[in-house]
Design a protein. Structure first.
Lengths: 167, 771
């Protein structure tokens, strides 16, 4: 197995890492999943490493326009990827929130808030592709996001608030 | 008794209005700190641990060889029964304490055979693979009734049988183990309807908080003190192992810290297994040690709801339950972490539901089986009670041909009625009366049009049958245990609340901010809450049993009032008026009729000093809460498929503190192993191997975003005079009775007796004689 560089663009910033076999010190092991890289190496802890089996959606980030569960993707396979995490949604200069983040506050669309970054990222990816989704389309898009407190009804309100803008 | 719920609802500055939580921005930007996000120099030099779990439900370890595992560089310790230090044998699980953290016997699949402590989790896993164990497999038992038969394999030899002795103490309370009073036989002889039988709620459902349970502990030998950080629902409860049941030496102190916690639903209350394991490992290694569950551990090793099976009969006369007799059997699995406290609360709640009943002979019996272990779960005693009891009591209600809504109105507790609560003391219900709320919720649901009688569908469309059902629940624990708080007023016109309050979804930290801001008449932005920590805050029992609104709310309110009283006394001297004439607003004080003569808090509070007020709440169980669930279900009698068409839940929460938070707490009754345990949630145990076949997030069924039914809420705002802001907490009970409502709806839809949980196609077709 070779040691090779990969480049990721995360929230608009380019990072180059060396990747290689698991027993080589000082590189990202080939077995490392993206959520670990984001959390442990870039300190982007908004994506949660909760189920480790792609079932809960708490680790969702947007990769090349698609919402992905970052616990199921090997970092080594992300060479050239453009990744947006929850930390990348607000305006880094002004601190202004993404309208979807603001809608989640306006509608109080979370309870414990642990699954919220994943829900927001999935919904953001949907809205990027389909700015005015129906309630059914929102439900389908979020069907891989686990929320046990039951914030679902308020999440629908928040996403619909953004979906209805500019209609 | 003069009713006070007629008091006009007040207009408040903050109370009753939606104010975004102080952690809202951090939550939506991913900056909110949960356990795994926390960085702390005290976590340096951290060790990790993993458990080698038993592959068998019941076995004796004949020998264990850990040498190869110990040889791996980075493996600090492999703990087994062979090298468990003598002092660590005092770290025992169970109520009463019975089980060391590693032993020669293993009593469930996943039970600890060895515990590996190493520099990384991967090293722990690697080491576990190298441990060789020789087992003698023993017969296992999973049914509580079979477990108590004389020839059943005994799980704990020292007990001599698979039945827990009644261990009935908790703190300074003696817990209720049975309800025995009145002339039961006479009431049964005079009854005009008798019903009941056997019903169980034993599907091992899992609250399944999204954030994995995890904890770190450190040990200080000199002070015999642990420091513990945990993804827990409060800090005080982390001290429970030394405090209750002799599970650790009583003199040990555990200082607890929490962060924001990613859901709990009661399950992250005590952290017993983490505390015991990390308590031993951190003391042995003199290093901080972390134990984090993955999702499969969470299914296998975290506390389950006790299994509940009732064999009880109910006598009715003139629409009132007059006598109850029988036994309530609980299945603890291998351990019940909360002991008989769970059924003690349930027995209290039974009396609230059947509040006019004077003749009782109900005992609780807790069996031991080889199914994982049990403890605190949302609905503590209540969901176990209502799911098993409601089908049985409704058997009598059906025979008496009484509408269940009418039955609830005539039997549920209201002010003036006495009951014995979990602490064996009598209370008289005061200030709450839910009869109007029940009627309002029934009307919103359209009950009178949809209810066609017992065992009768509301509508039939080919193979599709629509049925309706309802159930009710109430809990006196809204006033349980003690809360203490300090409120500090500072020169700049702001305030700090010192209280041990962890945020894990209810928005309780914001609720107390609003209460204090209301008392002090300042903006919510000017009120801060200390981090949740038992080290830095006064004692508090924590958020459970829907208690936070009344108990913690009262403590902080009284602390703010005490601080304001002191401030006004100082201001009164400066303004040359009496303290009663002083008003305050946004950091200024002035005579009530002369707002222009204002002086600032800064002028009243000396430089580098502050004012501290103290507030307390002491346990009081006399104002129970109440939630009623209505459900409309469609059942296909060809396929057995059932689905919820509509839910309506109702409560009277007293004064609403925050409308959006309350709404979500009520909607939360669907999830976390509550209402859906009536419809599809179950954790299937393979009784041949003792393993859960649905013990992961993919195989365990949970409701997804694209499958949410219409849900309507009725929230009344009576103004019970139980606290300054007259509010009653309801979060825990939002779905506690929901499974029973689904059971009733399915029974009415299919027209035959149905007492199964959940309403899977298999169970429905079985009831229809088709499977």
């Amino acid at each position: 197995m070779e040691i090779k560089p990969i480049t990721l663009t995360v929230n608009g910033k380019k990072y180059t890492f060396m990747t290689g076999p698991d027993d080589v010190e000082g590189v990202i092991p080939n077995s490392e999943v993206l959520v670990k890289t984001l959390r442990n190496r870039l300190s982007l802890t908004g994506a949660k490493d909760a189920c480790e089996e792609g079932a809960c959606g708490c680790c969702t980030v947007i990769m090349n326009g698609e919402p992905v569960t970052s616990c199921m993707i090997l970092t080594v396979d992300c060479d050239g990827a453009d990744i947006t995490t929850i930390e990348g949604l607000e305006n880094p200069k002004t601190g202004e929130l993404d309208p979807l983040q603001q809608a989640f506050i306006d509608k109080y669309a979370f309870q414990c808030g642990y699954c919220t970054p994943g829900i927001i990222m999935t919904a953001r990816a949907l809205l990027n592709k389909n700015p005015h989704p129906t309630r059914e389309e929102i439900g389908e898009a979020l069907s891989g996001n686990f929320c046990r407190c039951i914030s679902h009804y308020h999440v629908f309100e928040a996403v619909e608030q953004v979906a209805n803008q500019g209609r | 008794m003069e009713k006070t719920d007629l008091v006009d609802k007040k207009e408040y500055r903050h109370i009753g209005k939606y104010v975004p939580r102080q952690d809202a921005r951090n939550i939506v930007t991913g900056k909110c700190v949960f356990m795994e996000d926390a960085k702390d120099a005290r976590f340096d030099n951290l060790l990790y641990c993993r458990v080698l779990g038993s592959p068998y439900a019941h076995a004796r370890i004949k020998d264990i060889d850990t040498r190869k595992a110990e040889e791996i560089p980075g493996v600090e310790l492999v703990l087994t029964y062979k090298n468990l230090p003598d002092w660590a044998k005092e770290y025992m699980n169970g109520q009463p304490a019975i089980k060391p953290i590693v032993d020669t016997r293993v009593v469930s699949v996943g039970d600890a055979v060895a515990i590996v402590c190493a520099e990384t989790e991967d090293l722990c896993r690697q080491a576990i693979r190298l441990i060789k164990v020789e087992y003698e497999q023993l017969p296992a038992v999973f049914d509580p009734m079979k477990a108590m038969e004389p020839d059943a394999p005994v799980i704990y030899e020292e007990l001599g049988c698979n039945k827990w002795p009644k261990f009935l103490e908790f703190g300074d309370e003696r817990m209720l183990g049975s309800v025995e009073r009145g002339d039961v036989e006479k009431e049964f002889a005079e009854a005009d309807a008798i019903g009941g039988g056997i019903c169980g709620f034993e599907t091992r459902t899992v609250p399944l908080a999204p954030e994995p349970p995890s904890a770190i502990m450190t040990w200080d030998e000199r002070t015999r003190t642990y420091e513990m950080w945990a993804a827990a629902q409060n800090c005080h409860q982390l001290q429970m192992c030394p405090d209750v049941g002799g599970r650790m030496p009583h003199d040990l102190v555990i200082h607890g810290h929490t962060f924001n916690t990613g859901g709990s639903y009661g399950q992250k209350q005590e952290y017993t297994l983490h505390t015991l394991i990390l308590g031993v490992l951190s003391r042995m290694t003199h290093r901080p040690v972390k134990y984090i569950y993955n999702k499969e551990d969470q299914f296998l090793l975290f506390e389950y709801r006790i299994g509940s099976r009732m064999d009880i009969e109910f006598a009715m006369k003139d629409g009132i339950v007059t006598a109850v007799k029988g036994n309530w059997y609980a299945d603890s699995g291998t351990i019940d972490d909360a002991g008989y406290c769970i059924t003690a609360v349930g027995l209290g709640e039974m009396q609230l539901a059947l509040s006019h009943c004077k003749a009782w002979d109900v005992d609780t019996i807790m069996a031991i089986t080889n199914r994982s272990y049990s403890g605190t779960v949302r609905g503590f005693g209540g969901q176990e009670l209502k799911s098993a009891m409601m089908p049985l009591v409704c058997d009598a209600v059906r025979k008496a041909n009484i509408d269940p809504v009418e039955f609830f109105i005539n039997n549920f507790v209201h002010d003036g009625i006495d009951y014995m609560w979990r602490d064996c003391k009598w209370y008289t219900c005061h200030e709450v009366d839910y009869r109007q709320m029940i009627k309002d919720t029934a009307e919103k649901f359209g009950w009178s049009e949809k209810w066609k009688g017992w065992m009768k569908p509301t509508a039939v469309n080919g193979s599709k049958r629509i049925g309706v059902g309802t159930s009710i629940h109430g809990n006196g624990d809204v006033g349980e245990d003690s809360s203490e708080a300090l409120v500090q007023l500072r020169q700049k016109g702001d305030a700090i609340i010192m209280v041990d309050c962890t945020e894990f979804g209810q928005g309780q930290r914001m609720a107390i901010v609003k209460m204090v801001a209301e008392v002090l008449n300042i903006s919510c932005d000017k009120v801060h809450v200390t981090p949740s920590s038992s080290w830095d805050n006064p004692e508090d029992f924590g958020l459970c049993g829907s208690r936070g609104t009344l108990t913690m709310g009262s403590a902080v309110t009284r602390a703010a009032e005490d601080a304001l009283r002191q401030l006004k006394e100082i201001a009164a001297k400066k303004l040359r008026i009496s303290p009663e004439q002083v008003r305050t607003e946004d950091g200024f004080l002035f005579p009530y009729n002369k707002p222009h003569k204002k002086i600032s808090w800064e002028e009243c509070i000396e430089y580098t000093t502050d004012i501290i007020g103290k507030g307390q709440w002491r346990a009081n169980y006399a104002a129970p809460n109440c939630v009623i669930n209505f459900v409309e279900v469609e059942v296909d009698i060809e396929t057995g498929e059932a689905k919820i068409l509509r839910l309506v839940s109702g409560t009277d929460a007293g004064q609403i503190i925050d409308p959006k938070a309350l709404e979500m707490q009520m909607q939360g009754g669907i999830g976390a192993a509550a209402i859906d345990t009536g419809l599809f949630e179950e954790n299937i145990l393979d009784e041949y191997t003792g393993r859960f076949v649905t013990g992961n997030l993919i195989d365990y069924k949970w409701r997804t975003f694209n499958d949410f039914p219409q849900m309507d809420l009725v929230i009344n705002e009576g103004q019970p005079n139980i606290s300054r802001f007259r509010a009653v907490g309801v979060g825990e009970i939002a779905g506690a009775a929901g499974a029973a409502a689904i059971q009733m709806a399915v029974q009415n839809a299919i027209g035959v007796e149905f007492k199964e949980y959940p309403a899977t196609p298999q169970n429905i077709l079985k009831a229809l004689g088709k499977a």
